[in-house]
Design a protein around this ligand. Structure first.
Ligand code: SF4
Length: 434
């Protein structure tokens, strides 16, 4: 059977699609990167914004146009909050709720083994997994669901209460991936910081990271998004181990205390500032990135100015900026004082512009430095070499020229030419790396 897999949205969705790919490959099926060749299609949907939901509908229609014979299985957060809506889409053969996603491949092949340790596979070339291109990092699901109730968030509606995977399973999966040749693992979850809380362990994430660093050979361990609370006091001492990468993505969402309260975020300007400072004191060259929502209901021009000032003060290395999107079933959707579309658009433009300034300033600090880069994708070729893209340990995107065998290799690289979206790198092959 030929299967086309597509993931929309977060890294947790990505890790779930990767697990499906490994299960299908280990059950003798083929993953194709062109939907017109597929017998079956799986789309892991997202509901975090109206735009993400729209993307799922248009992807389904596009795939159906190119391959009217293929059965399309829709799963994920959008499928969970609006199953009947998605069931109306052309050739939507199954709509699988998040709670049943773990058994999804058995819908495609009842003989497929979902508990099979399928880790004798080479790193899955991600070109085959639509929705993400060419990297060599394995996304590992450690946790699902969330017990918080941020007023804009539909994820808790779609994914339910917080649930942690057993520490031993996560460690075993990462060790098997390291043995299969992966050089980097990314721990993902809906609220990763709450890992272990459902086992009664408030320092669960610290213990999980420590166990991975001591019981696996994975060369690089990265954390995906980490809410800026529920962080154990000694958590940042874990970074004394250089295999834990100096990159923290901590969603702030707004730099205005008034708006943070309306969002029911368990953080404030003061507590976030203290956390950022503690992280920077422990982690050299830290890339601290964040998410910011602009145009939240009730956000005045003064609140937005507060948010801009605070973001500039913290000096994030990277901003993901979202215009507030009204989501069905959330508390914020029923709030008064929604911000007009053109105003949201203008605020997003200004916040993005600030983000680019801050990213450029962050990259400028590393000009001339020789750092390790994990090379992931060849994006083209010149007369003398291939053009590669890779990432430093602190998540700087680097463009460089090099030989064909660089995929999934780590090389010392001299950085130059800072830009908002990355840098250039001269690959220091061993013989001239002094
Ligand atoms: S912490 Fe808030 S934003 Fe994050 S998943 Fe939970 S409810 Fe949503």
């Amino acid at each position: 059977m030929k299967v086309y897999l597509h993931s929309i949205g977060c890294r947790l969705n990505q890790s779930e699609i990767e697990t499906m790919a490994r299960q299908l490959l280990a059950s003798g099926h083929e993953i194709v990167d062109d939907p017109s060749q597929a017998d079956k299609v799986v789309i892991n949907t997202c509901a975090v914004t109206a735009e993400a939901a729209r993307d799922a509908r248009s992807q389904t229609r596009r795939i159906h146009r190119h391959n009217p014979a293929a059965d399309i299985v829709l799963t994920g957060c959008y499928a969970t909050i609006a199953p009947n809506e998605l069931a109306q889409l052309p050739r939507a053969s199954h709509v699988v709720l998040n709670k049943d996603k773990g058994q999804l491949v058995q819908l495609l092949d009842p003989q497929a083994r979902i508990d099979l340790p399928v880790f004798d596979q080479e790193p899955v070339l991600r070109e085959f997994l639509a929705g993400s291109v060419g990297n060599t990092r394995a996304f590992i699901k450690a946790q699902d669901g969330c017990n918080n109730r941020c007023t804009f968030c539909v994820t808790t509606v779609a994914r339910g209460e917080g649930q942690s995977r057993h520490l031993g399973d996560v460690v075993a999966e990462i060790q098997a991936l390291a043995a299969a040749g992966y050089r980097e693992a990314v721990l993902t979850g809906v609220h990763l910081g709450s890992y272990g809380h459902d086992f009664g362990n408030k320092a669960g994430l610290r213990d999980l990271v420590a166990a991975i660093l001591s019981h696996t050979d994975i060369p690089r361990l990265r954390l995906s998004s980490l809410e800026p609370w529920d962080i154990a006091p000694d958590f940042f001492t874990l970074w004394e181990n250089p295999r834990l990468l100096p990159h923290l993505h901590m969603p702030l969402q707004s730099g205005s205390d008034k708006i943070l309260r309306r969002m029911a975020r368990r953080t404030s300007r003061a507590s976030f500032r203290a956390l950022a400072e503690a992280a920077r004191n422990h982690i050299p060259n830290l890339n601290l990135s964040t998410d910011i929502i602009v145009g939240f209901p009730g956000e005045t021009e003064a609140d937005f100015a507060d948010s801009l000032d605070y973001v500039a003060e913290i000096g994030f290395a990277r901003l993901h900026v979202f215009s507030y999107s009204q989501r069905p079933g959330t508390a914020a959707a029923a709030m008064p004082d929604h911000v007009a579309g053109p105003v949201k658009k203008e605020r997003a433009r200004r916040m993005i512009a600030l983000g680019e300034e801050l990213s450029l300033a962050f990259h400028e600090q590393f000009v001339g430095e020789v750092v390790d880069v994990l090379w992931e994708t060849a994006v083209g070729a010149d007369s003398h070499a291939l053009r590669w893209v890779g990432y430093t340990d602190n998540y700087i995107r680097v463009h460089g020229h090099g030989p064909a065998h660089l995929f999934n290799q780590v090389t010392p690289t001299r950085l130059s030419d800072p830009r908002p979206n990355g840098m250039s790198g001269e690959i220091m092959l061993v013989e001239n790396y002094v």
